[in-house]
Design a protein. Structure first.
Length: 264
């Protein structure tokens, strides 16, 4: 796996050379659009709205729409100069905070940081210091011509960089359904807490699988083998008639499930 970025972590007067790698990869099933009659793949072409003519990549520039239908054209160099203010190859750590202070809604993408040449000792020291202090660094970094807010944390033996959304990118929660005050009765809340307690467990990622992907892969195998596919209808969700009764039933079901889990 090749690094997508190389630079340095900077905090105080310390600079640690690092290389950046994606921490995740998508395994969602990939589909191609095909023509129905002969399954010929469909290609997409870039065409100009003015005349419908196909435009080659080298003829394409980037424009910022400042008014409806009016654009300012910016070159790659101009865009890069804006994104790279503060250092194009630096994870510039400005502060260290308690990880619990960061709402997960801010997190965007995760990356692994590998120590570069001569940076192994400083990397190790920072990793251990973050682990023992239970802190994460808050930094800015430019990746692929775009500047990000980011967090820097220790995960086992590696430092993880997580790009974050800027505060003005987080949408507000102005929903009509939240405007009307609703009284939560003490016994209802109590039973909801009992359901939560019965379902409380430690997080084991190995317990979780992408059932949709597995089913699609199984369907593909059956199709390749020439088997007939039987499509079953998805049942409609059960409507909750009485919240209190639903909570009571949930308590019993989850209690029995937890007992079976411990017994097994």
């Amino acid at each position: 796996m090749r690094p997508i970025w190389s630079g340095a972590i900077s905090f105080g007067l310390v600079s640690i050379p690092v290389r950046l790698y994606p921490a995740t990869s998508s395994r969602r099933p990939k589909f191609r659009q095909l023509r129905q009659t002969d399954h010929s793949p469909i290609r997409y072409r870039k065409v100009a709205e003015a005349d419908g003519q196909e435009v080659k990549n080298e003829q394409i520039v980037r424009g910022y729409e400042f008014e409806k239908g009016r654009y300012v054209v910016l070159s790659d160099e101009e865009i890069a100069s804006a994104a790279f203010q503060g250092g194009s190859r630096t994870v510039d750590v400005a502060a260290f905070v308690d990880a619990r202070e960061i709402d997960p809604v801010y997190y965007r993408s995760s990356y692994y940081l590998e120590p570069g040449f001569t940076g192994e000792k400083a990397y190790s020291i920072l990793r251990e210091a973050l682990t023992e202090s239970d802190r994460v660094g808050i930094a800015t970094v430019a990746i692929r011509s775009r500047q990000y807010l980011a967090s820097l944390r220790a995960r086992d033996d590696v430092l993880v960089l997580e790009t974050m959304y800027w505060p003005d990118e987080i949408r507000s929660t102005d929903f009509k359904g939240l405007e009307t005050p609703v009284e939560a009765r003490e016994n209802e809340v109590g039973m909801a807490k009992m359901v939560i307690d019965n379902l409380t467990d430690s997080f084991d990622p190995e317990q979780w699988t992408d059932n949709t992907r597995e089913k699609i892969e199984d369907l593909v195998r059956q199709k390749v083998e020439g088997k007939e596919i039987v499509v079953t209808e998805t049942p409609e969700p059960t409507r909750v008639i009485d919240l209190l009764e639903a909570l009571k039933a949930s308590v019993e079901v989850t209690r029995e499930r937890e007992a079976n889990r411990k017994a097994g």
